[in-house]
Structure formats: structure tokens, C-alpha cells
Design a protein around this ligand. Sequence first.
Ligand code: OAD
Length: 266
Amino acid sequence: MHRHGTRRLDTAEAHATLGRWLREARRILVLTGAGVSAEAGLPTYRGVGGLYDGPTEEGLPIEAIVSIDCLRRDPALTWRHLLRIERPCRGVVPGPAHRTLAALAATGGELVVVTQNVDGLHAKAGQPELIALHGDLYTLCCTACPWRERVEDYAGLDHFTPAAPSCPRCGALIRPDVVLFGEALDPGVVRRYDEALRRGFDLVLSVGTSALFAYVAGPVLDAVDAGVPTVEINPGRTELSPVVDLHVAGPAGPALADALALVVAP
Ligand code: OAD
């Protein structure tokens, strides 16, 4: 049974509580989503200002387009939306939440970030222990041959539109090394995630994610059941909001920055 003991505190109290819990914890799990990149200037997928707040112009949900079935059936359509997701990422640098999570990891203890984001911003911020569940937009690979390449952005692919880009080696369809809807997570990534979860955590944070996937909500709900403190930082509400111990109902950057100030305070 999940407890229903979510604390209702004002902003300063909530940030102070978060800071105290971060300071006391030795092993911290932070699950992140598009909300942490919102303050770096990227749109989220869902929610207010989300890229996919409603159906796409094709009248289909995003899940049907950024999917392995669609990539096979109509690669140009999937690529149109991959470019739409990637274009706002060009030239973007890590935001306050990315930078603060990297700084928090440097204060000692252990802090593992598990992100659903494919924008590479946690890695750019220098996050030491990072698991990218959905892969990385900037590694491209061929669907037919072993060709793989890291790219800075997709500017070099724009000339393919409206067709889908093809492999420079064999001419077959290329794709980013991300998890599309309808695909399983990468087994190596799942193994690292399972190992981290098996070692256990004494504080679990969900930050800037709608937590729609079971592999994101699950560890938070398990922590609630085990009596491990849980925190959600999200200006909106999710299915986790009523069950976490502390819901910080605001943007991630200021909450984490205030908390870090307490963690490093003498
Ligand atoms: P969503 O767009 O579903 O959710 C973003 C969440 O961030 C929402 O709950 C917002 O309320 C919250 N948010 C917005 N601004 C914020 C801020 N400044 N600070 C904190 N939170 C903020 O994004 P994800 O949960 O990451 O999958 O979506 C999960 C997956 O769905 C993505 O990885 C992607 C997408 O389809 C794949 O590509 C497979």
C-alpha cells in the first residue's frame, strides 16, 4: 500500500526540506524527464507548452509517429518529428537543473541520475553517474549495416527532408540510437539500471517527468512502499504527486539550487 502522506509546505519550506534530505542521504536516485530541460529552453513533450499537447498536425498521437512501426512504414513521417524534436536542441547548453544535479553529485555520497531525455544535456553538464534510458539523439546508426556516427546536431540532415536520411555507406535508412515507441529498452542500459536499484537508495527524486512509464514510476512507488523518502519536483501534478512524501510544486532549477545551497552550507 502506498502512503498518502504528501507534505504541503510553502516554497521556502519545501526547498529547505529537500536540502535537508539531500544532505542526510548517502545514496540518491534522481529520475529526470523533459521538465529539467525546459529551463534550458527546450519544449517538453506534454503538459503546458509541450510539443505534443494534443495530436500532431497529422492527427496522430506522438506515440504513433515516433514509433518503430511508423519508422518502418513511413520513415519520412517519423523523421519529420525527430527533426522537430531535435531542432530546438541546437546550440542549447545545460540549464540550472542539469548543472545543479552535477554539482550535487560532486558533494560526496552517491547520486545516480536516470534520465528519459535524449538531448544529451545531463552528459554535457558532466553528470558522473548517468543512465540514459531512452538513448541519445546524437548517435545515428544505419538500419541495415554497422555504420554509426556521433553528430553535433541534425543540421547536416536537413537537406534530406521531406525524405528520410540515408546511410552514407550503404544507402539504407538511418535512425537515431534512441528507444522508439514499440521498442524495448536497451538490455545493457536495463542491466545498469537494475544493478543500481538492487544496491538500493535512501532518497528517491522524480524531477520534471510526467512519470508515465512503469520503469520510471515503479522505483518511486517501491521506495514509498519501503519507507524510503520520496520527492517529486514538478510544477504540474502526476500520478506520483499524491503518494510522494514531498511534492515541490515548482520548477526544478530554483528548487535544486536552494537545496544545493543547504547541502554545501558549512
Ligand atoms: P513530459 O513532457 O511527458 O513531461 C514533462 C514534465 O515536466 C511535465 O510533468 C511538466 O509538468 C514538467 N515540467 C515542466 N516544466 C518544468 C520545470 N521547469 N521543472 C520541473 N518540471 C517541469 O516528459 P517526460 O516525462 O520526460 O519518450 O516524457 C517521457 C517520454 O515521453 C520521453 O522520454 C519521450 C516522450 O515521448 C521517448 O522518446 C521514448
